[in-house]
Design a protein around this ligand. Sequence first.
Ligand SMILES: *Cc1c(COP(=O)(O)O)cnc(C)c1O
Length: 221
Amino acid sequence: MSDVAERLEEVRARIARACADAGRAAGEVQLIAVSKTFGAEHMAPALKAGQRLFGENRVQEAKGKWPALRAATPDLELHLIGPLQTNKVREALDLFDVIHTLDRPSLAQALAKEIVKREGPAPRLLVQVNTGEEPQKAGVAPQEADAFIAACREEHNLAIAGLMCIPPADEPAAPHFALLAKIARRNGLDLLSMGMSGDFETAITLGATHVRVGSAIFGGR
Ligand SMILES: *Cc1c(COP(=O)(O)O)cnc(C)c1O
């Protein structure tokens, strides 16, 4: 087995164990393999091992890597987990099935404008919440999340599927995951994108439906 396939199997086992420990069904948590910085050749073993959800943080990088792979694997699902500029919205909608980083009114407006022009399924949209209120980090502030979600729904007619967060690197992640889950609950949102290589088990305990795991599968970047 390749290193990637082996590590993927290990991560899957850890997810299953965390689900069991939390009294959740294994199927409640989806693994997004975060493939940023790794070339297409690293995707082959993951695809062969049955991985179908992948995450990228740059539109440009995804554009170079995924169209060919997607043509060969129609049931692939691509998730944008990095910041989205409004002038890249059209390209992003061509590439991605799920966008985790809706974080400001101008982006909601640009997405809404482009989505109505399209046929086929609309992308699933997650609002990114800056749970740590870090100035350098994207995401709406926790206290502004309810109003932003309402504006997305009412002013822009966007269906919001869930929330995403990236906790501060130097703090325990659990309170951030709990806060995200609480904001999701009170807004009637089902999807929770939270947990990375270092903390996905904690995220699963606190209700994650999507964990975004990169280095534990593909190695260090
Ligand atoms: C890179 C990245 C990940 C994966 O991080 P790892 O620590 O390598 O698992 C998850 N989420 C986002 C938003 C990322 O940019």
